[in-house]
Design a protein around this ligand. Structure first.
Ligand code: KE4
Length: 428
């Protein structure tokens, strides 16, 4: 069933740490070996053994259109005909920057980079440079990439691997980073009252997706915004995952909050390596070469990534795109909750647009401490049994999962059928 993947994994283990190029893909927290994917089409993946799966990882978010959308492929073919990388400006960078600026009013200027990590790392540096302050506030369970100063009490891989921070992160970085409970504006207010004049920025996933899916509680984001205003700290929305996912204008459009800086990734690259940070003109004007805050990147604004991102954004900007996606997503998450309930399995489900979460705990799940109450053994069994039925989920309780425009009724139906069988088996 998975013999080719097993062989490839054995070879990979000798060449690549853990046999993967990104930790969560190792599937260690769910007790399986990773499948090596050969190709993808629409909402489905095909592994090296020819097995077919309905894909709810979507490359961890970028594939909101589904895999190999014709418009994206055509744009890439056109771009390839011109070359792959020039190390010089191209019209495509201007076009993608304009699309993002038009879509997200708080973004007056934007800089392309090559990953979400680069985006958040650079936004943090900019906030520190602009304020002359050092302290950064983040929230437990939120993951902003693997930059040293942010790998403290993070979610995603760190949560899954139960590493608090990471070896190699100097103590000094821990001193400059405070990690507080998500959705807890009282604690944030206390910390800001005590240290606010030394806090350069508060960085938050406006909808947390790296401890599983945890939406903001009513008023939380507004309270964060008001506290940043009160103490002169920069508010950074890490929309690497939520940007163009939960709404065309991102979570900030959904919750009507205007951050000072926003980080992007994933969808704006249409599946190619990309990241970006942008926001207030007076802040972004301080980024080199216009200003003194240095940041650079060999492949920043790469024409292939720009072409795929432009094609993707043009498709998702079309009328009705998000309504249709929300409808199929709602059908899925409600169906999963009902299937679990029917089997007598305690789960807590949540959804913001096509970004979904299912915890194996009674809930409610409002923060990382709640999320960690989940039954990880039961999640692992659920993951493995759903995989055996052709449903490809994120291999971690602490990840969100995603529906794309390519997930048709057949895909949703067979997922719900599989879940009904699996929850029934888990209950015995
Ligand atoms: P990258 O450096 O992985 O492109 O982006 C880091 C990042 C920043 N901010 C948020 C909110 C993110 O979700 C991420 C990366 N997400 C993880 C999984 N949720 C990527 C998967 C992986 O690490 O393999």
């Amino acid at each position: 069933m998975y013999s080719v993947s097993k062989d490839l994994f054995e070879r990979a283990m000798h060449l690549i740490p853990g046999g993967v190029n990104s930790p969560v893909r190792a599937c260690r927290s769910v007790g399986t070996q990773p499948l090596f994917i050969e190709r993808a089409e629409g909402c489905r993946l095909y592994d090296a053994d020819g097995n077919r799966f309905v894909d709810y990882v979507g490359s961890w978010g970028p594939m909101i259109l589904g895999h190999r959308h014709p418009a994206v492929i055509e744009a890439l073919v056109r771009a390839l005909a011109q070359g792959t990388s020039f190390g010089a400006p191209t019209r495509l960078e201007v076009e993608l920057a304009q699309l993002v600026v038009d879509a997200v009013p708080s973004v007056e200027m934007i800089r392309m980079v090559n990953s979400g990590t680069e985006a958040t790392m650079s936004a943090i540096r900019l906030a520190r440079g602009a304020t002359g302050r050092d302290i950064i506030v983040k929230f437990d369970g939120c993951y902003h990439g693997h930059a040293d100063s942010l790998l403290v009490g993070a979610g995603s891989g760190v949560a899954t691997l139960a590493i608090a921070g990471s070896p190699g992160v100097p103590q000094a970085f821990v001193d400059h980073t405070l990690s507080l409970p998500f959705n807890d504006s009282v604690t944030l207010a206390q910390v800001m009252a005590e240290k606010g004049d030394r806090i350069a920025a508060v960085i938050v996933e406006p909808v947390a997706g790296n401890m599983g899916l945890v939406p903001p509680q009513p008023g939380f984001l507004l309270k964060v915004r008001n506290l940043c205003d009160r103490y002169g700290s920069v508010l950074i929305f890490d929309e690497v995952m939520t940007g163009f996912r939960v709404a065309y204008g991102g979570a900030q459009a959904l919750y009507s909050i205007r951050p000072d800086l926003t980080c992007f990734g994933k969808i704006i690259g249409g599946g190619l390596p990309v990241g970006a940070y942008g926001g207030r003109r007076d802040l972004m004007a301080q980024v080199a070469p216009q200003g003194p805050v240095y940041q650079a990147g060999t492949l920043s604004g790469n024409p292939l990534a720009m072409a795929a991102g432009i094609a993707t954004l043009k498709e998702i900007a079309k009328p009705g795109f998000y309504d249709a996606l929300a409808q199929s997503s709602r059908q899925l998450i409600d169906g999963l909750g009902q299937a679990a309930q029917k089997a007598g399995i305690s789960v807590s489900t949540s959804g913001v647009g096509s970004m979904l979460g299912l915890f194996f705990t009674e809930g409610p799940v409002h923060n990382f401490a709640d999320a960690k109450k989940s039954d990880l053994k039961r999640f692992s069994a659920y993951y493995r049994q759903m995989l055996a039925k052709g449903i490809y989920l994120a291999p971690s309780q602490f990840e969100a999962f995603f529906v794309s425009a390519a997930h048709d009724a057949d895909a949703i139906d067979c997922t719900l059928q599989a879940a009904e069988d699996v929850f029934g088996q888990l209950a015995t």
